[in-house]
Design a protein around this ligand. Structure first.
Ligand code: TXA
Ligand code: MG
Length: 346
């Protein structure tokens, strides 16, 4: 199929272009669109067949549920039941924004959308293009990240096209995603709120509202996670990623050593450094992710840099770890998983 490329003004989206994309959603097609976190691959969340098309386009396992996107709080009652009071406090504070909340699902939501679960993940994106697309489509939009399953999520329309050209009906180009990592997934169906995936809304921010919040630890091979998506290979570029954590100076020393070792074997090595350490690497293919003291600068670049290393033909990527504070927690979660847990502590 031909993938229609629709360029819009991200601050002031042209309504006729949004309507063109909305028509595709209404007809049961697939449209990739920008959000403040990453690009999503959208389809009508209430239509089984549309949801099935998403799984096919991404090569996604059918038990990995989709997030349903809405643009007004009142749409929540269509999708969820027994919404707890504390959800409304969170919604008040963080919607629209990068927080996905898990609820008991209503009968209107097909099991194909929720990967067979009795719960549904809902979020309201903070992006003019996404909000207008949902409004003009007249239905909630199910949207996973718009990458092939296993790959780093796309944060711009070119990265969507790299994976999805010919597999989906259209992509709306609305510029670069602000956060660059996905939304925080929070499960409110149990007694204690659980962060299933750290993301754009930080653990510290959630604690301010909820008091206590549990962080689901990374699930290893063979264990059964509460969030089905956690068990699959994820965020992986073609290159093999090693994550080096610990004191900054020691990280640099270790990465230089490893780079030499791999290069001796004839492998091409990319180094994912930070603004603070960039200048210390004298050879190699070094890219700076951003400022260690401002993790948003790193999160917003992370996935696009992993893809860039692939385009540069790297075999190995050596990545520096950053402190797991604020958005740093989400950054480190993605890097750990991209590395397949090949983590070297120094
Ligand atoms: O920022 C985001 O959340 C992006 C943009 C497009 O909104 N979407 C996104 O979707 O990251 P996806 O499909 O790549 O990741 C959704 C995650 C998966 O780990 C999935 O298993 C989990 O949310 N999830 C969805 N529904 C769930 C449910 N009912 N229970 C537990 N986990 C759920
Ligand atoms: Mg994803």
């Amino acid at each position: 199929m031909e993938t229609l490329y629709i360029k819009v003004d991200e601050n002031n989206p042209e309504i006729e272009k949004i309507r063109l994309a909305a028509e595709i959603i209404k007809r049961g097609g697939l449209v990739a669109f920008p959000t403040e976190t990453v690009y999503g691959l959208g389809a009508n969340a209430l239509d089984e067949e549309s949801a099935v098309k998403i799984y096919r386009a991404k090569n996604r396992p059918q038990d990995n549920p989709l997030i349903v996107h809405i643009q007004e709080v009142k749409e929540l009652s269509l999708l969820a039941k027994n919404v707890p009071a504390k959800a409304y406090e969170l919604i008040e504070k963080f919607w629209p924004g990068p927080l996905t909340i898990i609820f008991e699902k209503s009968d209107r939501v097909p099991y194909k959308t929720t990967g067979g679960l009795d719960t549904v993940a809902v979020r309201m994106p903070d992006h003019a293009v996404a909000r207008l697309l949902i409004r003009e489509s007249g239905v909630p939009i199910a949207a996973p990240s718009a990458n092939l399953s296993g790959k780093p999520s796309p944060t711009n329309a070119q990265d969507v096209m790299e994976d999805m050209k010919g597999r989906i009906d259209a992509v709306i180009d609305g510029g670069h995603s602000k956060f660059g990592v996905e939304s925080t997934v929070l499960d409110l169906t149990g007694n204690v709120p659980v962060i299933l995936r750290p993301g754009g809304v930080t653990r510290e921010e959630l604690k301010e509202v909820l008091g206590h919040v549990h962080l689901e630890e990374n699930v290893k091979e063979g264990e059964k996670p509460r969030s089905p998506g956690l068990k699959y290979r994820h965020y992986s570029p073609r290159a093999e990623v090693y994550l080096v954590v610990g004191d900054k100076k020691e990280q640099v020393k270790k990465i230089k050593e490893l780079a030499l070792e791999f290069e001796k074997k004839g492998l091409k090595v990319g180094i994912l450094a930070t603004a603070q350490t960039r200048g210390e690497y004298l050879q190699g293919n070094v890219l700076s992710a951003g400022d260690r003291d401002a993790p948003l600068t790193i999160s917003s670049n992370l996935f696009s840099l992993l893809r860039r290393f692939d385009r540069m033909g790297m075999d190995i990527i050596l990545a520096e770890g950053i402190p797991e504070k604020g958005l740093g927690l989400a950054v480190m979660n993605r890097l750990k998983r991209a590395s397949g847990y090949k983590i070297i502590s120094v």
